[in-house]
Design a protein around this ligand. Structure first.
Ligand code: KG4
Ligand code: ZN
Length: 350
């Protein structure tokens, strides 16, 4: 079984082909970073236009690289939400058109389900597992019981963790995208313990997150430091503050996940408990290391997909489509793309 996946929900134009033996036949990602950099963030209108400009070529490259033609496909899957709706419509319409032209089923994939099922593509993880989903738009702890079957144990009450990385980077003058910039700057910190930043929610019951207070404490610390005439911090202060932020963010993630582990174990009698971290922030090596330690201390196996499959890509969309297709599910060509589409609104696919 071979499924084509298309991803266009944010600033990556991507297409991939995945086979049911968990082989990624091709995985093409075109990042639009250069189109958005001057604006310090993703501009939805520019993103939608760039998807239109690039998607044809990206799909063609994905098919050619895999050596696969229309007739070899079993289904065509695309992200149908949540995300920037202009872009989502470009990808979903392309997939519907290909499905119609080739007579293959169309599968509307929830982008978050793409991230969530990635560990089954990379590591063949069995249901149920505990998932920490950390991206630019989301920060959630979920019990994943099956395809389409999610229980949300906790979520953020304000910013997503990736958003906090991006805003911190902007504040420190580290540029865009923020996550990798903060991680890179932090590696040259000389005094990473210099700034005692707040750790919102740490020690509280439950496993909800909050990052607004951490962002404020980064700003307050930065305001007290010397700045040049353009308001820029010294590289040394940037690095120390980036490291302090990263440490605080990782500590919060560990604290919240520890509580979620307990909730997971209490409600699921799973003998092989596994924690999976997915989403763009899962590419962060400090956070991965902190979670590895947490798993070792609590008897959980730890699975983190390779960074390339943590950030947005189409292999995860093709895989989620494949999992749905082999359970007999497909969607009508009248499926309406959804800007908002929480995982908990999906129905279990038996
Ligand atoms: O999953 P993703 O590619 O897109 C969304 O669906 O949001 O996640 C993007 C987010 C951005 O906020 C980005 O700054 C963050 O993931 N990110 C990182 C790293 N790489 C990407 N955050 C921290 N450390 C990284 N190495
Ligand atoms: Zn994503």
């Amino acid at each position: 079984m071979i499924v084509l996946g298309i991803e266009t929900s944010c600033d990556e134009t991507a297409a991939a082909l995945v086979r049911d033996d968990r082989t990624i036949l091709s995985n093409i990602v075109h990042s639009q970073l250069d189109d958005h950099r001057a604006f310090g963030g993703v501009v939805p209108e520019i993103a939608a236009r760039a998807h239109i400009a690039h998607l044809d070529g990206i799909v063609e490259t994905a098919l050619n690289e895999a050596g696969v033609g229309f007739s070899d496909l079993d289904a065509v899957a695309a992200t149908a939400g949540p995300g920037l709706i202009g872009g989502v419509m470009v990808g979903a319409t392309m997939a519907k058109s290909m499905a119609l032209a080739s007579g293959k089923p169309f599968i509307a994939v929830n982008h978050l389900e793409g991230h969530s099922l990635t560990p089954r593509l990379t590591d063949d993880v069995e249901f149920p597992y505990l998932l920490l989903l950390v991206s630019g738009g989301h920060c959630q702890l979920l019990a994943v019981d099956g395809v389409g079957s999610y229980e949300r144990l906790g979520t953020t009450v304000d910013d997503a963790i990736g958003e906090a990385f991006d805003k911190t980077a902007k504040l420190l003058g580290l540029g865009f995208p923020g996550g990798p910039a903060v991680e890179a700057a932090a590696t040259s910190a000389t005094e990473p313990e210099r700034f005692p930043l707040s750790r919102p929610m740490k020690g509280r019951p439950g496993c909800d997150f909050s990052f607004a207070g951490l962002k404020t404490s980064v700003r307050q610390a930065a305001d007290r430091l010397p700045q040049d005439e353009n308001g820029a911090l010294t590289p040394n202060d940037q690095a120390d503050l980036a490291a302090a932020f990263q440490t605080a963010a990782a500590e919060v993630a560990v604290d919240r996940t520890r509580n979620a582990m307990q909730m997971f174990l209490e409600t699921r009698n799973s003998t092989k408990a596994t924690l999976v971290v997915a989403g763009g922030v899962a590419a962060n090596s400090k956070i991965r290391a902190a979670l590895t330690g947490l798993c070792d201390a609590n008897g959980f196996a730890f699975v983190a997909p390779p960074p390339k499959l943590c950030t947005d890509n189409a292999a995860m969309i093709a895989w989620a489509g494949l999992e749905r297709h082999r359970l007999g599910q497909s969607d009508g060509l009248d499926f309406k793309p959804r800007p908002r589409w929480p995982l908990t609104e999906l129905d279990p696919v038996a």
